[in-house]
Design a protein around this ligand. Structure first.
Ligand SMILES: Nc1ncnc2c1ncn2[C@@H]1O[C@H](COP(=O)(O)OP(=O)(O)O)[C@@H](O)[C@H]1O
Ligand SMILES: [Mg+2]
Length: 224
C-alpha cells in the first residue's frame, strides 16, 4: 500500500490544488493513481460542479457520474462547516469506522492512493476523532499544505509540532501562495525552511482555469 494523505494548516489553503496536481502529474508520468476526498461539506448532490470531488474526478480523467461521486466522496454534507458540526445539523454522525474502511478499500489495490483530508489536521470529524486520528488509522505519510498569508508561520510550526507529538510521518510542506496582500513569497519560503528540516515546496500564485495543471512538479514528495 502506498500513498499520501494531503492535510493542511486550515481550510481553503490549497489541499485540493495539491491533490489534483499530484494526481495529474503522477498520471502523466505513467503511475496508476486513485484520489479520494472522502468527506466533503458545503455541497449538494444536485450541484457538484466546481467542488473538490469534481476537480479530483477531472484530474483522474473521469466524468462525475453517481458511482464516481460515491467512490471519491462517500461522506457528503450540505453545511460548509467542520464535519462534526455539518453532520450534526443533518441529525447524523459521521461513521468513522466506515470512513477508515472506505480508505483501506481504496488503498487495497496496486495503485498510488492520494487522500485529501478536510479542513486542517486537527479539525473534528466526530465527537472523539480528529483528522489527525484519521491519518494515523489509514497509516499514510502526510503532506502539510499551508498558505503564505501573514500568520502562516505560526500555523505551520504548530501543525508540524502537534503532528510530530502524535508520531505522524510528514513527508513535506507545500506552501501555496495566498491571494491578496501576503508577505513576500520567497522570503516566507526561506523562513519556513529555517524552521523545519522537511522538504518545503512553494506554489506561486497561478492564474487561469484548472490551476492544478500548472503546479510545479510535486512528484518528489510522493517518493518518485
Ligand atoms: N497558488 C495558488 N494559485 C492560484 N490559486 C490557488 C493557489 N492556491 C490555492 N488556490 C485556490 O484557492 C482556492 C482554495 O484552494 P483549495 O485547493 O480548494 O483549498 P482546500 O482544498 O485546502 O480547501 C481554490 O480556488 C484554489 O484553486
Ligand atoms: Mg479541498
Amino acid at each position: 500500500m502506498s500513498g499520501l494523505f494531503i492535510t493542511a494548516t486550515g481550510t481553503e489553503i490549497g489541499k485540493t490544488l495539491v491533490t489534483a496536481a499530484l494526481t495529474y502529474q503522477l498520471r502523466q508520468s505513467g503511475h496508476v493513481v486513485t484520489a479520494l476526498k472522502p468527506i466533503i461539506s458545503g455541497v449538494s448532490d444536485q450541484e457538484m460542479d466546481g467542488t473538490d470531488t469534481a476537480i479530483l474526478a477531472c484530474a483522474l480523467g473521469q466524468g462525475l457520474d453517481e458511482a464516481t461521486l460515491d467512490a471519491i466522496s462517500p461522506f457528503r454534507y450540505k453545511a460548509p462547516l467542520a464535519p462534526s458540526m455539518a453532520a450534526s445539523l443533518e441529525g447524523r454522525v459521521l461513521d468513522y469506522d466506515l470512513l477508515i474502511e472506505k480508505c483501506r478499500e481504496a488503498m487495497d489495490h496496486p495503485v498510488f492512493t492520494l487522500i485529501e483530508g478536510v479542513g486542517g489536521a486537527f479539525v473534528p470529524l466526530t465527537g472523539d476523532k480528529l483528522v489527525a486520528d484519521w491519518i494515523q488509522d489509514v497509516d499514510l505519510p502526510a503532506i502539510v499544505v499551508a498558505g503564505s498569508y501573514l500568520g502562516t508561520l505560526s500555523h505551520i510550526t504548530a501543525t508540524l509540532e502537534a503532528m510530530k507529538a502524535r508520531g505522524l510521518e510528514v513527508r513535506g510542506v507545500v506552501v501555496s501562495e495566498s491571494a491578496g496582500d501576503a508577505p513576500d513569497f520567497e522570503a516566507t519560503l526561506a523562513e519556513v525552511r529555517r524552521w523545519t528540516d522537511l522538504p518545503v515546496v512553494g506554489i506561486p500564485r497561478i492564474r487561469g482555469a484548472e490551476p492544478w495543471q500548472q503546479v510545479p512538479d510535486l512528484t518528489a514528495l510522493a517518493g518518485f
